[in-house]
Design a protein around this ligand. Structure first.
Ligand code: GRF
Length: 228
């Protein structure tokens, strides 16, 4: 059964474009059935419209409270009957009441190797901390910010003369295959987001999957400091 994807986005939409391409060429057994945004003029909304995908977008300051915005947006999300909600560069914090409407049906792409550097400005913070590596993570959305169960990560090196912009560009190159591979694995059933546990190939996942150089997900080959 083809996975019905609702995509939430606030930015240029390069991750949305990667998902659309993968659905179109069969790498993901799924279909983007709606794109939802807090930025009506953003690139992601324009890309969705150009692709003929139903969009819902409203400026967040057009309603009085976060709860009212979330309620309106997630009513629209519910209406497209998604199997999975993908936050792909969605930059607004989602309140707990909305998240609890979709237990373990919502995933987020975050530009750091979580649990390091939750929140904003991750590239700059990596440089300030002197980290040797950086990357991107996909996790299940829970009410605590960037703290849900980790599904998969992609690592990139931090180079001696890196700027935050150079680092951001390197991370973004790996975000696209990471998000595509994670959504593909959920669509195929290889990765299952149970309420009690995450399963990978039928076994409980105890450490985040890692994106290989071949753009495929696998268990981390060697224990790391974060995943002993
Ligand atoms: C990505 O780098 C994502 O990690 C961050 O926002 C960016 C969105 O990029 N949260 P795009 O809109 O998918 O091009």
């Amino acid at each position: 059964m083809s996975l019905r994807l609702a995509v939430l986005a606030s930015g240029q939409g390069s991750n949305l474009a990667a998902l659309l391409a993968a659905c179109a060429d069969g790498r993901i057994d799924g279909e983007v059935v709606g794109v939802f945004s807090d930025k009506p003029d953003c690139g992601a909304v324009a890309r969705a419209r150009a692709a003929g995908i139903p969009t819902w977008a409203m400026k967040s300051n057009s309603v009085a409270t976060r709860e009212a915005f979330d309620a309106a947006m997630f009513d629209a999300v519910t209406a497209v009957q998604p199997d999975l909600i993908v936050c792909a560069g969605y930059l607004r914090i989602i309140g707990p009441a909305a998240i609890e409407r979709f237990p373990h049906c919502m995933i987020n792409l975050h530009p750091s190797l979580l649990p390091r550097h939750p929140g904003l400005h991750t590239h700059q913070r990596v440089l300030e901390a002197g980290d040797a590596e950086h990357g991107a993570s996909v996790h299940v959305v829970v009410p605590e910010l960037d703290a849900g169960p980790l599904l998969a990560r992609a690592r990139v090196p931090v180079l001696a003369d890196d700027s935050a912009e150079a680092l951001a560009a390197r991370v973004r190159q790996r975000e696209h295959p990471l998000l595509v591979a994670t959504v593909a694995a959920i669509a195929s059933g290889e990765l299952r987001l149970g309420l009690d546990a995450i399963h990978w190939q039928g076994k409980v996942l105890t450490a985040p999957l890692q994106l290989g150089a071949d753009d495929r997900l696998g268990l981390p080959a060697q224990p790391t400091q974060e995943n002993p």
